[in-house]
Unconditional design. Sequence first.
Length: 153
Amino acid sequence: MPTPARSRASRSTARGGRAVAVVIAGNSTQNLERHIRRDDPRDAEHARRGFWVTTLDVSVGADSADFAIIERLQTGDVVVTQDIGLASMALGRDAAAIGVRGRVYDKATIDMQLFIRHEEKKVRRAGGRTRGPAAFTSEDRARFKRNLTELLR
């Protein structure tokens, strides 16, 4: 997840009214610690601002972070991801999923989103081009903050 989204996620959890773990997952080549501020609490005992931050190191490999996240996911957890596949697996585990631009993924539409992703991948494999994401905007940040705060209630 982009650094602004990580920061916003950490701050938004403080407004949710309960102590929340913010888990940053990735493999050891990604230096996950760089995304944690020096003053961020590192365990539930020190969750003075409503959250604490921890990292989850996973093996290097396709989707290893996704599978490690899903393995630990519990009903009611919230996953912040840009990956529609991970969002789909999270919804299947009765967790919520939100994109870094603030889009809340929904069980009713996730299958169509996966289909579109698949079709676009076929176009790219055949040498075609698909449209990339638009630039990250202040509206995206505001939508993310608003929707994440709502999910954490």
